[in-house]
Design a protein around this ligand. Structure first.
Ligand code: HEC
Length: 492
């Protein structure tokens, strides 16, 4: 989670600059509107002198809140900042008065591009639920705030999201594990597998789900597996072996058969498949949730939960999930030194931490590389490209990418360097905090032998300074790296 602090600092700095810019633009500016927990200020922000602020400025460029600002907020912000959206604890924008009370903060976060979060660039295929703002919309919001954020509707006017919200409005089950885990092994990175049992007695299709992390300070990411009923006893045995809930499980579940069904990282929110699609599960099948805990800080027992929405409609098209990995080989920069800058040492160190499981060599080999291919990348920036066959046939429902904290950019391309080339997902500025699943707007059909190219770039300057210099490679810890992608697909 190394990026959290710097980002807040950047945000605080932008807010300051923004406030200064605002106040120098206009000496008549509004009384400072609270940007934190601003509800109580809502009425003062809507005080009648909003009108007066326009005096002398000329009326030709009056921006209408109702016709110009509110629609932008409803489209790009309301999905997360109303109801039980993930942004509500930070800025609650349920009414016009609340928007007004947060106007300065809104101007600052929009101006800096911090909000709305939408890491994918326009080089990617077009996506559903795209909540990003274009430059005109950004400027309009900033101008409106600089003009004193006048509001021409009643303060009680409700803000209604026009995009699908990133959380489940209703669900059928809320699952959790029988026992929780509190990090008692005392190591910074723990991968813990838990049985989450939906108690299925017939075939059902999972059409939507949401992982709700409990101890958000330490829950780094989750991989959810679908496991068939015949492995239940083996899972029970593993679960019973250790005192606390779940079992230690670097790499994968450690069961004979498992299939990744979902991925969650900060910002992911709910996954809701397009109408008519779902993940098939049969009677007795269950989930194993592999939670990566990263203990930078002490945390109480974690009780993360998983909400499910099921369909019993046998016409549901099953979702298929395919994962892709590319090398992550990030040598020390030429100005860094220490024993762990030697790749062999770094590899052994990772093996010792993760019960012998380090994926780096296997992935290098699958992509046809050796560590030598990366040895020259010593200017602090390293990158990798890996082409591999799609291994499935079908239409794309959703795509997502995953790197850790020093990820700089991510790209996944279908059939690169051909006339059919299509960039499935381009994230020019990787942000660990916002790992969305992206749903392509158009139908994209992929054949088994089509090529999927992963391109990942890392920037060592994003590495926390307190860490010992080390060659960074593909392994499970949050200070290790990954270059990983998922395609969710279906047939019809
Ligand atoms: C995908 C969900 C999402 C969308 C869309 C979104 N936000 Fe946010 N917003 C959040 C979350 C989560 C936070 C807390 C982020 C953090 O702590 O780093 C936040 C924080 C904020 C803050 C408080 C910043 C701070 O650190 O005090 C403001 C103000 C804000 N958002 C405004 C907006 C505006 C305006 C829009 C639309 C233009 C928007 N947000 C769109 C989720 C979202």
């Amino acid at each position: 989670m190394g990026l959290r602090l710097p980002k807040h600092l950047i945000f605080a700095a932008t807010l300051l600059t923004f406030l200064l810019a605002c106040s120098s633009n206009s000496n008549e500016l509004v009384e400072p509107i609270s940007s934190e927990g601003g509800n109580q200020d809502a009425t003062s922000a809507l005080s009648p002198d909003t009108e007066e602020r326009q005096d002398g400025e000329g009326t030709e460029n009056l921006i209408s809140f109702e016709n110009e600002i509110l629609p932008i907020i409803e489209n790009a912000c309301a999905l997360c900042h109303t109801g039980r959206g993930p942004g509500v604890p930070h800025a609650k924008l349920d009414t016009a008065a609340e928007i007004s009370a947060y106007a300065f903060a809104i101007g600052a976060v929009v101006d800096s591009g911090y909000m709305p979060p939408w890491p994918a660039s326009d080089l990617s295929v077009p996506f559903l639920h795209n909540a990003s703002l274009d430059i005109d919309q950004r400027e309009l919001i900033v101008e409106w705030v600089q003009a004193g954020a006048p509001v021409d509707v009643d303060g009680t006017t409700q803000v209604m999201p026009t995009q699908e919200v990133p959380f489940l409005i209703s669900y059928d089950q809320e699952l959790s594990s029988a026992n929780s885990y509190d990090g008692e092994r005392g190591q910074p990175d723990e991968y813990r597998c838990f049985i989450f049992d939906p108690e299925l007695t017939e075939t059902k299709y999972l059409t939507g789900y949401e992982f709700i992390p409990d101890q958000t300070e330490v829950v780094h990411h989750l991989v959810g597996y679908r496991v068939t009923s015949e492995y239940r006893e083996a899972a029970n045995r593993k679960d019973a072996k250790e005192d606390q809930g779940g079992w230690s499980c670097f790499g994968s579940t450690g069961l004979g058969s498992d299939e990744i069904l979902t991925f969650w990282g900060p910002g992911t929110g709910a996954i809701q498949y397009q109408e008519g699609l779902g993940l098939e599960m049969n009677a007795g099948d269950f989930f194993v949730m592999q939670i990566h805990y990263h203990y930078d800080v002490e945390a109480p027992e974690d009780r993360s939960t998983f909400r499910t929405v099921w369909s019993t409609d046998s016409d549901t098209e099953p979702i298929n999930i395919t994962t892709y990995s590319g090398p992550a080989e990030i040598p020390c920069a030429e100005w860094e030194e220490g024993p762990l800058c030697d790749r062999d040492n770094a590899y052994l160190y990772a093996q010792a931490q993760y019960e012998g499981i380090v994926q780096a060599d296997q992935i290098l080999e699958a992509c046809g590389y050796t560590p030598d291919d990366f040895a020259e990348m010593t200017n602090g920036i390293a990158s990798s490209i890996c082409d591999q066959p799609a291994r499935f046939e079908g239409y794309v429902s959703a795509v997502l990418g995953h790197q850790h904290n020093i990820g700089a950019s991510f790209r996944m391309t279908l059939n690169p360097d051909t006339t059919d080339e299509l960039i499935l997902l381009d994230i020019p500025d990787w942000d660990f905090e916002w790992q969305f699943a992206y749903y392509p707007e158009e139908e994209i059909y992929i054949e088994r032998d089509d090529i999927i190219r992963l391109e990942c770039v890392w920037d060592r300057s994003l590495r926390p300074n307190n860490l010992e210099p080390s060659y960074v490679l593909w392994a499970d810890g949050s200070n290790d790296e990954m270059c990983f992608a998922v395609i969710m697909s279906y047939q019809k």
